[in-house]
Design a protein around this ligand. Sequence first.
Ligand SMILES: [Zn+2]
Length: 363
Amino acid sequence: MSGLRMTAPKVTRRRMPGLKMTRSKSLRWILLAGLLVVVACDRDKAAAREQEKTKDQTPTASGPAAVAAPALNLPPDSGPPPAFDGGRAMQYVKEIVKFGPRPLGSGNHKKVEDYIGSRLKGDQVEDDAFTADTPEGKFPVHNIIAKYPGTKDGIMVIASHYDTNYPLRKTSYIGANDGASSSALLLELANQLRGKPRDGYSVWLVWDDAEEAMKPDTEMPFMDDSLYGIEHVAQKWQADGTLKKVKAFLLADMIGDADLDIDRDQNSTPWLEDVVGEAAKRLGYQSHFFARTNQVSDDHLPFMKRGVPCADLIDFTYGYNNVFWHTPQDTVDKLSPQSLEIVGSVMLESMRILDKMDPLPPK
Ligand SMILES: [Zn+2]
């Protein structure tokens, strides 16, 4: 891994291919890909966007490159969109950030654990607890898994981390977007799933813990010091056979930004991202999806490497040039209930499409 960095790119954070960052998601640094190889640091924004547009034209099912990517066997539109209450999800965001910083091992972390549990009363909830050995010592980790049964054989997993950045624990950093927004989104998804047996796959919501790195970006490779909780889930499910039943893994991260632009992610499964894009289109939300392509290291990687189709829904331009990310300025005033509603509805619509895609594309 090289520590070499480009100076502030104009459109978003990027890396030259092969110049893997010292940190990926804690930096979730974005690798410069394909045509962008030769994009110089001082290339202007418009030109860079043009390059991305060209790159983005390749993997769509209906586009000119459909030969390379087999067309998806999409079911017809199911009509009225699924309900998702963005206002209520926003209320959950506010309740979560009220606890303050929620790093691993803190009293506030325990409070948010209990809070999530309290909102899932009566649901089938599993506490996947273990001790993580980190560069900052040993910490108790709790992944919270709520299970909503369906009639079809198979599981769709929707995940979000709920811890906040550890190195910023002594600042006023509260992770409204990074940690709280997606955790709140899952709580509202639980409201939609509760008490209605699904005519489709089972849905398991996973609030995973210890996603954030323990050491600052500059001190340790992100992939050696992060994703502790979700890696444990993936290993456990591989060992007990659950993993074979997982049809799709949808991840939400930093999805509350009022200026919502979800990136296409090159570390995700193209056909599953196409399903998400189709869901967004059916709901009229396509302008918030996939204008840019990034390559993101995030909680989906332990499932990707085990062959599970994954899609990471992340908006990694949180403020100009992602300036609010991992700063005390990651606060509720930057978020909107509309963004939560858009992502929540697209998640539900994606699930509806996946339920009826028979058979699903091969892993
Ligand atoms: Zn983070």
